[in-house]
Design a protein around this ligand. Structure first.
Ligand SMILES: Nc1ncnc2c1ncn2[C@@H]1O[C@H](COP(=O)(O)OP(=O)(O)O)[C@@H](O)[C@H]1O
Ligand SMILES: [Mg+2]
Length: 375
């Protein structure tokens, strides 16, 4: 079922936990809400479920305004980080619970409930464990039971709030893949909350990046990584560098020199240059480029990570190179230039003022805020 979140605001006391949040979720989509702790992810999920009511705005299930509906009528499947299964019930009874407690006219016959629960246990790969009690299961197995239980009621929407958050890294990774497979087979519209970017990027059809009660960006994992629209998204997803630069006559200057990057039509003044460690090229005999002294060098699998000191008033810059290109020792000087970068002005939420992949690429005019972009 489509879920549309329309201009939602939620205040606790006078504190806005969500401020004007809008989001369209397509039927059958797996959406990840990704953001730091306190950004409003759980609040948004609870509003969709009907466990909280909004201060303003509307949530639609399909074409219907869901705010008139109770939690039961919304028919939601929920899995929490610490979803206590019923300890005194077997695994099978836990999964069957949501169907057994339905009012008479909507409750399937006992034999069908049992069959449906057994089928779901097979789906979550727990066949044969139906007579066990939760205490006799591992953490990962318990969360799989919780998911089977949530799916038993054939929910309109599955809401998963950091369901793997309490599990160790290896189990998390396995369950992530497993959840994606289950989703592809069952096709439930699913909202998955996580603060783990790797989990979100690997699992979701689209990622919703949240910060301070607002949505920063919505996009596919590739869009979010390759085209972050704000400094927050740049910093939160993947590794990135941020350098204070100045614009002069459409050229980007670092300290006392131009660095060979252009942002024509941008007014003079300070800005921040963002680029990822791997989006750089080394330059020989640098006239106009960035340069720094190597202060640390680490080999991580197939890549060499270098930390560069560009001067005391600047944060260290990290760059990544193929290991054979970087026989550089400590304190050797490295000259480089970002090949893919974006420029943001301070104080504006989505102030991409310029971006480019490479200095030599054509620079085209775009929308007013985005003044330059390379192919
Ligand atoms: N019941 C509540 N009463 C007061 N403040 C709350 C309540 N629930 C959440 N908040 C506040 O709203 C903000 C968002 O919380 P939450 O949605 O739980 O964030 P997240 O799930 O992203 O960590 C936080 O600042 C939190 O303290
Ligand atoms: Mg939360």
């Amino acid at each position: 079922m489509d879920v549309r979140v329309h201009n939602i605001r939620k205040e606790f006391g006078r504190f806005p936990a969500l401020d004007d949040v809008s989001l369209d979720i397509r039927s059958g989509e797996l959406i990840a809400l990704l953001g730091p702790s306190g950004s409003g992810k759980t609040t948004l999920l609870r509003l969709v479920a009907g466990l909280e009511s909004p201060t303003g705005g509307t949530i639609f299930f399909g074409d219907e305004d869901a705010s008139q509906k109770t939690v039961q009528q919304r028919n939601i499947g929920f899995v929490f980080q610490h979803y206590a299964l019923f300890r005194h019930m077997t695994v099978l009874d836990n999964v069957a619970f949501g169907l057994k407690v339905r009012p008479g006219h909507r409750r399937p016959p006992a034999a069908e409930i049992r069959k449906r629960a057994l089928d779901l246990l097979e789906l979550v790969q727990l066949s044969g464990l139906d007579k066990r009690y939760p205490a006799q299961l591992s953490g990962g197995q318990r969360q799989r039971v919780a998911l089977a239980r949530a799916m038993a009621v054939e929910p309109n929407v599955l809401l998963l709030d950091e369901p793997f958050g309490a599990l160790d890294a290896q189990v998390r990774k396995e369950l992530r893949k497993w959840l994606r497979e289950i989703h592809d087979r069952t096709g439930h519209t699913t909202i998955f909350v996580t603060h783990d970017q790797e989990e979100a990027l690997e699992l979701a059809d689209r990622v919703v990046v949240m910060s301070k009660g607002a949505i920063e960006q919505v996009g596919t994992p590739d869009e979010i990584y390759d085209h972050p629209v704000s400094p927050f998204v740049y910093g939160f997803i993947g590794q990135s560098n941020c350098l204070a630069v100045t614009l002069q006559n459409g050229e980007i200057w670092f300290e006392d020199r131009p660095i060979g990057l252009r942002a024509p039509a941008e007014p003079d003044g300070p800005a921040n240059l963002h680029f990822r460690p791997h989006d750089i090229e080394l330059i020989d005999g640098c006239g106009g480029c960035l340069a720094g002294l190597v202060t640390a060098s680490r080999r991580v699998a197939g890549t060499r990570h270098l930390e560069l000191d560009l001067g005391r008033t600047h944060p260290p810059v990290e760059i990544e190179l193929p290991p054979e290109r970087a026989a550089a020792g400590d304190h050797s000087r490295i000259a480089f230039r970002p090949t893919k970068w974006k420029l943001f002005r301070d104080g504006e939420r989505q102030a991409v003022v310029a971006e480019a992949k490479s200095e030599s690429s054509p620079i085209e005019m775009q929308e007013p805020t985005l003044v330059a972009q390379a192919s």
